[in-house]
Design a protein around this ligand. Structure first.
Ligand code: LLP
Length: 422
């Protein structure tokens, strides 16, 4: 299934066949809008690329955990990669079975481990020896064995930005390469642990295959070494990280090339593969729609001030991330201007784009910030007491609000001025 999720139809940028102007009128701006068909198409493209291998595709919930997104994941037969009790509960509530859930993260608590064991999850990706020992205890208290893989740190540089690279020796993630065999030998002897596999995740927004190749080749070697140590390795979890093209002309490795690389290295091992893609599945299935409030002519720059801000989409402020920005109303031709596209939040970093050439836009016009489906709503906050913005799902010619805008009363409801005894 190929689907053009966002395209101009009758002069208006549309999600599938619904005009974003129609949604804006009904829901108000700003809002996130996702395409059901596009999320499914990306899941299926991943599944298709590994056809015959039957991998577990454990969608990384942190990229976009809305229950509506997760219910699509569930209905496509995929699983989930979770990193907190909250994500575990979300995945289960959306109908993702426990045995398709992997639990990652460096700081799992005992309560999280206990809940995950009760849900019979597929595996824990263990990131340290102390965590291993705590998990062993928690499992034994329940008379169970916890299925594990160690997340190993291959000391490979990768990732679109320093803040999202995870596979270097100095990063907090994974167990040190040199310690891995010793840890596996120890884990294999623990009565509350069942060693199942090995896990690696080197970073996010990786656009070339070389870092994957370097890391996966090391993992393949380690599988051989562990087996010769008598440790059974039946699964290999290769994490997420495959990037998407954010800029107009950026070149990104395709899922087909990625799959070819993986299969060349992994097929000889005879293991079940697990993947944890997040961004690949949802990034280009979502846009952030905002309205222009002012066109402010500054001394050195012109500013297009939107009603969306860094609290709604943090990626540009946090990682200098590039997102295409396009007008919702299609312009045949018009004056182009160079704008800094900013929001109303009181921070200089509240800027979506710098000196971007755009059609001249009057107050009231709508713009779409593209490729905002991953780590958009998920990273949003209510900074400046701005309500979390609604999320909308489109399927065909229908749309539904999948997260409504809270009222101010709801935003304040969990807070209270203290009442002191004296
Ligand atoms: N597995 C693990 C263990 C992870 O830490 C991550 C992402 C993923 C899978 C999914 O990676 P993906 O396929 O989405 O690249 N907020 C940042 C990205 C942070 C990624 C954190 N970990 C951004 O907006 O670029």
């Amino acid at each position: 299934m190929t689907i053009e999720a966002f395209a101009y139809r009758a002069g208006s940028l549309s999600a599938e066949t619904v005009s974003l102007e129609t949604i804006a009128t009904e829901v108000g701006t700003p809002f996130y809008c996702y395409s059901d068909g596009r999320i499914r198409a990306r899941l299926r493209a991943f599944q298709e690329a590994f056809r015959g291998a039957d991998p577990l595709i454990a969608y990384s919930v942190k990229a976009n955990g809305n229950l509506a997104v997760l219910s699509i994941v569930a209905s496509e037969g995929a699983g989930a990669d979770v990193v907190s009790l909250g994500e575990l509960l979300r995945a289960r509530r959306a109908g993702i079975p426990g045995d398709r859930i992997v639990f990652s993260g460096v700081g799992k608590t005992q309560a999280e481990m206990a809940a995950a064991i009760d849900e019979n999850i597929h595996q824990f990706n263990v990131e340290s020896e102390p965590e291993l020992l705590v998990l062993n205890d928690v499992a034994l208290q329940k008379g169970r064995r916890a299925p594990i893989a160690f997340r190993v740190n291959p000391d490979v540089a990768a990732g679109g930005h320093e803040k999202i690279s995870t596979g270097k020796a100095e990063d907090k993630f994974g167990v040190a390469w040199a310690a891995a065999r010793g840890l596996y030998a120890r884990a294999h002897r623990l009565p509350g642990i069942a060693v199942k596999g090995i896990d690696v995740h080197i970073g996010s927004q990786i656009t070339a295959l070389e870092p994957f190749e370097a890391a996966f080749a090391k993992v393949a070697d380690l599988v051989g070494a562990l087996r010769s140590d008598g440790v059974p390795i039946e699964r290999v979890d290769l994490g997420g990280g495959l990037g998407v093209p954010y800029a107009e002309a950026s070149a990104v490795a395709s899922i087909e090339d990625y799959a070819r690389l993986v299969r060349r290295l992994a097929d000889p091992l005879g293991v079940r593969l697990i993947f944890e893609p997040g961004r690949f599945i949802v990034a280009d299935a979502g846009v952030l729609v905002a309205r222009v409030i002012y066109d402010k002519r500054g001394e050195a720059r012109d500013f297009l001030i939107l009603d969306a801000a860094m609290n709604d989409l943090l990626r540009p402020a946090l990682y200098d991330a590039y997102h295409r920005i396009v007008p919702v109303r299609q312009f045949a031709q018009s004056t182009m201007r160079s704008y800094d596209v900013v929001g109303p939040v009181c921070e200089t970093s509240d800027r979506f784009a710098r000196q971007r050439d755009l059609h001249e836009l009057a107050p009231g016009e709508l713009v779409a910030i593209m490729d905002a489906g991953a780590y958009g709503a998920a990273l949003a906050s209510q900074y400046n007491t701005r309500p979390l913005i609604p999320e909308v799902m489109v399927r065909g010619d229908e749309f539904r609000v999948i997260r409504r805008r809270p009222t101010y009363e709801e935003m304040f409801a969990a807070e209270a001025a203290p009442v002191w005894r004296k």
